[in-house]
Ligand binder design. Structure first.
Ligand SMILES: [Zn+2]
Length: 279
């Protein structure tokens, strides 16, 4: 019987811990293990941006880490894409499921996240948020109508146009949809291809300033449960910015090293891809 959601320590930057096995669930050919508290970041089933952590549980390699959910009063653990409700829906317990090839022993186990890989993903995730804010600023003069603003007061192109966001080790890949609905909201796409070098330059310059500013980055959490609504907070020179975020981050912008972006506009002009690289 599952009693409540898994408590997580990764938002605070933890990569190790000890906890007790509380449930097991088969995952394909593998074994899924749930513990009371874990430093492992699982892939989110609603917005799968940051990949799962790697590492070991009881010395056994964790080959994957997925989100699980159990409806109150039920036994069945739904996994990943098979979860029928959105992240954090009430009436459900939310679980971190560590997947291994061999079964994990009962009782208390040691959990160790691959710290180097985590660091690379945290680098990618912090760079991703900053690049999105810098892109909003660079595209601010392309809006003909008023739309919701980001934390720095710029039209929030990122949140309005984002189709998918993937955090990579040391970077990220964001795909924006520039279709009819975005144009109807007032975004001007004319001449975008020709403006890409200028936009790239603007975004890179802004990122350079923000890295040099050594701005503090924090994750604020209202609770320790997996699906607590956490917030990324960064004190940029232009102002303090917050973004809802379930991932992991570096403690300051200066830790990113050099951050650069490149853009690619699809042939038909309906998809803009931003590749961000840090380090
Ligand atoms: Zn995020």
């Amino acid at each position: 019987m599952i009693e409540g959601s898994t408590l997580v320590s990764y938002p605070a930057g933890e990569t190790g811990g000890r906890s007790t096995v509380v449930a097991r669930v088969p995952v394909g050919e593998g074994h899924g293990t749930v513990v009371a508290e874990t430093p492992f970041h699982p892939l989110d089933h609603t917005w799968p941006d940051q990949p799962a952590d790697r590492g070991t549980i009881a010395g056994i390699a964790v080959t994957d880490c997925v989100t699980g959910a159990v409806a109150d009063g039920e036994q069945r653990i739904h996994l990943g894409e098979d979860i029928p409700v959105r992240r954090g829906s009430s009436g459900w317990s939310w679980l971190v499921v560590h997947v291994t090839r061999e079964p994990v022993p009962d009782g208390e186990v040691e959990l160790a996240v691959d710290a180097e890989y985590r660091h690379a993903l945290s680098t990618g995730h912090t760079a991703c948020h900053l690049a999105a804010l810098a892109l909003n600023a660079a595209l601010a003069d392309r809006w003909r109508k008023e739309i919701s603003a980001d934390g720095l007061g710029n039209p929030d192109f990122d949140q309005t146009a984002i189709a998918s966001s993937r955090i990579l080790p040391g970077g990220s890949l964001d795909v924006y949809r520039l279709g009819k609905s975005l144009r109807r909201k007032g975004f001007v796409t004319e001449g975008l291809q020709e403006s890409l070098p200028e936009i790239t330059g603007k975004v890179c310059d802004t990122l350079k300033e923000w890295v040099a500013a050594d701005a503090e980055v924090r994750i604020e959490s209202p609770g320790r449960e997996l699906t607590a609504r956490r917030t990324w907070r960064c004190g940029l020179p232009e102002g303090e910015v917050t973004i809802p975020c379930g991932g992991t981050h570096l403690p300051s912008t200066s830790r990113l090293g050099a951050v650069t972006v490149s853009f690619e506009l699809s042939q038909d002009g309906t998809e803009l891809t931003m590749r961000t690289t840090a380090g």
